[in-house]
Design a protein around this ligand. Structure first.
Ligand code: NOJ
Length: 653
């Protein structure tokens, strides 16, 4: 029979796809039936020839005897507006080439590899349409490689660990990568290019980790299911985008927005979504004053909730999180979480009464669902649990998956497996239907789906301040902007002023706690300490937390190096204010910041900064709060003490 596909197909092709600014060249090649790609920046090799393809259960591998049916090219240059985030407008500008491929023998399956080459990165994905004998498939392995110079430096956290993403970043050479590591995986090549390997639009598939294969190629390692497979798929299916962000410097990498651009715009009206700051019945549990479980020191009582609502009103903070409000926290909550009940409040907590009080005082409650990873238990209750909150006018939920594995369909699964990914997605979509915003702790990493689902306001997904008291060093928050935060905002639980607490001693200065509100973006930003510390101990310092917005017009990275320091400026989306935050590692730093990004006119700079004597270890509270008039093209001389930082509000006169 005559086949159009084989009539037009080509057996060998070599094709360059060039970025709009011509600095990035992706080379796609089909040779001897195999496909591969390579990436160059300014003609310097970044990714050497790297294989593409799949192993599929019960089928021939999808990687050989390939030929091209057709190629399609286009150029896109558009700007989209975000509902909230670090930048209001994002430019989506790329050169696209889609290669439609078939097998030249056997079952002649077809698939597409679609590339998008941006000025600051490369993305590609596989698209597999349904075919007569190829409709339900099980992925055994994805063969995508990122063949980098092994002498490159990587900043990484390990995958498949009990604490999910909550590890300290380690620097090593790519050659020394021993186990699979999470993305974003940030790397510096010997020829001076900064890059981060990540993925965008992760749906219905295992999360991509990266490992050094035996043949020394850096390769995808898709998080498996408990049956050892990587994903069960009903075609059509498109993989998440495999994303290589590129930059000339570490600081430039921090505002790479390709991940968001690769996601779809929202399909529904999300104008009801609002970013916010919130207090919490929370840190009192961490420092041992209150408990999650009922008893004489129970935190989530009706009385405490009303007191915190009153405090939120006085402090001008819009929301209040209440943890430990429901049944299930007794005993060892990590073990007993299988019994958590998300519709029955603890005996001393009256949900309706607290919700009425919050509504009357114009305070948004943030509900709490700690599943401990017992997804089966949660799925049974989720609809009624969301309905209960919605019926009480509650529009925000912080969820948690603190177990080391998930329990799904009676089996232990990785949080980051296809089943985990699908569960998280179900919560996001159900919440959207009920007009509820989410802040997911122990989440699946961000892949930009908040562009499509803007009700996913924040995530944890890295060590946050709950690890203070020994397990956080000042350098941690200096790694995050170059690694974890490339995958989106984070609920770091900032703003803890009780630094020298005997139970939880923080490795920070006071000024640095303010800096986090600028350096670590979150659509839901927690002022995590108890109200007493804001109202009575450090009222003047708290003013910055009151002022700083949670939604920005634009973000300008100013200076920094991975794991050493980070300084960023952000313009408020609703006023002409600018905010600058800086954090440093164990080393003190003097920096000179040029304000050429400001508009013309005079600004009042309200500067919260470590004194020369401040030190995170023995003098953390030593802060200066000063004001000065300043304008565009002037500079600010700033100081960060060891483990310190600064926060600045620039108010236009
Ligand atoms: C871990 C979360 O990160 C933390 O914020 C929460 O308080 C506990 N789980 C309990 O749910």
């Amino acid at each position: 029979m005559f086949k159009w596909a084989s009539f037009f197909s080509k057996n060998e092709i070599e094709k360059d796809i060039i970025s709009p600014n011509k600095r990035v060249r992706c080379h796609f090649s089909l040779r001897s039936g195999h496909i591969s790609y390579a990436v160059f920046r300014d003609e310097k090799p970044i990714i050497k020839s790297s294989k593409l393809g799949f192993l599929i259960y019960g089928e021939e591998p999808l990687k050989e005897n390939l030929k091209l049916i057709r190629e399609q090219n286009k150029k896109v240059d558009e700007t989209f507006e975000t509902l909230w985030g670090e930048d209001r407008f994002i430019n989506n500008k790329y050169t696209e080439a889609a290669f439609y491929i078939t097998e030249s023998k056997g079952s002649r399956r077809i698939f597409t590899v679609r590339f998008r080459i941006f000025n600051d990165g490369v993305a590609f994905r596989y698209e597999i349409p349904p075919q007569p004998k190829f409709q339900r498939i099980t992925i055994k392995d994805e063969l995508t490689e990122f063949n980098l110079d092994l002498n490159s430096t990587a900043w990484q956290i390990p995958a498949y660990q009990p604490d999910r993403y909550e590890y300290n970043y380690k620097k090593c050479s790519v050659y020394d990568l021993e186990k699979s590591v999470h993305t974003p995986l940030t790397i510096k090549t010997p020829n001076g290019c900064y890059l981060s390997l990540h993925e965008a639009a992760l749906y219905n598939y295992g999360s991509m980790t990266i490992k050094l294969a035996e043949d020394k190629a850096l390769k995808t390692d898709i998080t498996p299911l408990s049956d050892g497979t990587k994903a069960h798929l009903l075609l059509p299916f498109q993989t998440p985008w495999r994303l290589i962000m590129l930059a000339d410097s570490a600081i430039e990498l921090t505002t790479n927005r390709i991940m968001l651009a690769l996601n779809e715009p929202p399909r529904y009206d999300f104008s009801w979504v609002k970013t916010l700051k919130f207090l919490g019945i929370w840190w009192a549990m961490y420092v041992g004053e209150w408990t999650w479980a009922p008893g004489s020191r129970h935190g989530a009582t009706t009385e405490h909730a009303k007191e915190y609502i009153d405090a939120a009103v006085r402090l001008g903070i819009a929301g209040l999180l209440i943890e430990g409000w429901n049944e299930g926290w007794g005993g060892d909550w990590l073990k007993n979480g299988i019994n958590n009940n998300f519709t029955t409040p603890a005996p001393d907590f009256n949900l309706e009464e607290v919700a009425r009080y919050a509504n009357a005082n114009n305070i948004e409650l943030i509900g709490h669902h700690e599943t401990v990873g017992f997804v089966d238990n949660y799925e049974k209750q989720i609809e009624s649990a969301y309905n209960l909150y919605a019926a009480n006018g509650i529009h925000y939920i912080k969820s948690g998956y603190a177990g080391s594995m998930m329990l799904i369909n009676g089996r232990k699964e990785y949080h980051h497996s296809q089943l985990g990914v699908n569960h998280y997605q179900r919560t996001v979509e159900l919440a959207a239907k009920k007009h509820i915003c989410l802040d997911i702790h122990e989440p699946i990493k961000g892949t930009g789906i908040e562009r499509t689902w803007p009700n996913l306001l924040s995530r944890e997904g890295a060590r946050g301040q709950e690890y203070e008291g020994g397990a956080l060093s000042p350098s941690h928050a200096c790694y995050l902007p170059y690694t974890r935060l490339l995958s989106g905002g984070m609920d770091y639980t900032s703003g803890i002023f009780d630094i020298d607490n005997a139970v939880k001693r923080l490795a920070t200065t006071l000024a640095r706690q303010l800096a986090y509100f600028v350096t670590i973006y979150s659509g839901m930003q927690m002022a995590a300490d108890r109200p007493y510390y804001y109202e009575e101990k450090h009222r003047d310092v708290f003013k910055f937390i009151y002022d700083v917005p949670t939604n920005f017009e634009k973000t300008i990275p100013l200076a920094g190096e991975i794991g050493e320091y980070y300084i960023v400026a952000r313009k408020d989306r609703d006023s002409s204010d600018w905010y600058i935050g800086g954090v440093t590692d164990e080393n003190a730093r003097r920096v000179n910041i040029n304000l050429d990004f400001l508009e013309h006119g005079t600004y009042v700079a309200e500067i919260y900064m470590d004194t020369d004597e401040a030190h995170y270890r023995d003098n953390p509270f030593s802060i200066t709060i000063t004001e000065k008039h300043i304008g565009k093209n002037e500079t600010l001389d700033l100081f960060m003490a060891p483990g310190g930082g600064f926060a600045i509000r620039l108010r236009q006169l």
